[in-house]
Structure formats: structure tokens, C-alpha cells
Design a protein around this ligand. Structure first.
Ligand SMILES: [Zn+2]
Length: 59
């Protein structure tokens, strides 16, 4: 039985659960609130680089 992940943004797939893949809460005006699986690249683009989630710290 395979267990693959598919990125909600770019539809990249992986069959290995890499550490930086993750489930993120989506809650913006364009989409209903829910959980999206995102690859590392999309997660970073959507939510910022890891360990720098505080926007006021980067701008
Ligand atoms: Zn992606």
C-alpha cells in the first residue's frame, strides 16, 4: 500500500514523507478554511521561511 502526498498548490507528489512537507491551515478570503498539504517550496512561499513566521521581523 502506497502512501503518497500531493501538494495542494503545485501538485508535486512525493511518496516519502519528507520532513518539511506539512499540513497547513488555510484560512483566507479566497478559500474555505481547511487543511492543505504543501510541499516545502509552496509552504515557504505561502507562509514564509521556516523559523521566520513573524512578518514584522522580516519587513
Ligand atoms: Zn508545492
Amino acid at each position: 500500500m502506497t502512501c503518497s502526498l500531493s501538494c495542494a498548490e503545485c501538485h508535486a507528489e512525493t511518496d516519502v514523507f519528507e520532513r518539511r512537507w506539512g499540513a497547513f491551515l488555510t484560512d483566507d478570503e479566497y478559500e474555505p478554511a481547511g487543511v492543505a498539504i504543501l510541499c516545502p517550496a509552496c509552504a515557504e512561499r505561502e507562509f514564509g521561511a521556516p523559523r521566520r513566521r513573524n512578518r514584522s521581523d522580516t519587513e
